[in-house]
Design a protein around this ligand. Structure first.
Ligand SMILES: [Fe+2]
Length: 135
């Protein structure tokens, strides 16, 4: 069973963004499976990097549209992205330095953050983008 399940309630009604969110859920599940299978540091580190890289790419997509359509709530939204990136980078650094292990707590943090961010902040831009013709 997947650690995090996609649900239609996560849809922000913009196809490209929904696809990226699905991919993030998939990467979280990939990381969780590798952890459950007790994969080594190299395998876990590579998936963490993949997740970080894809997250950066995904945030840059959202932020591109914020700029393009001058989304009124962009500053607060971008700050949420930056705070998340800082936190995961900090974890990644500790993980690479053997100071922190990947744990269920960290998996829960990633899942909770993504769920709350999509349902809270991302959902807010859906109708705004739709009105601009982005679907
Ligand atoms: Fe976002």
């Amino acid at each position: 069973m997947a650690f995090m399940n996609w649900s239609d309630e996560f849809s922000v009604n913009v196809r490209e963004i929904d696809e990226q969110h699905r991919k993030l859920v998939e990467l979280i599940n990939k990381l969780h499976s590798a952890m459950a299978e007790r994969k080594g540091k190299e395998v876990l580190g590579a998936i963490i990097k993949e997740l970080m890289d894809y997250t950066a790419y995904h945030f840059s997509t959202e932020e591109k549209y914020f700029e393009m359509y001058n989304y009124p709530d962009k500053t607060a939204h971008i700050e949420e992205h930056n705070a998340f990136v800082r936190k995961v980078q900090e974890f990644q650094k500790g993980f690479e330095a053997d100071k922190i292990l990947l744990s269920v707590d960290i998996m829960n943090f990633l899942t909770d953050w993504l769920r709350k961010h999509i349902l809270g902040s991302d959902k807010k831009y859906g109708p705004f983008f739709n009105e601009k013709g982005l679907v």
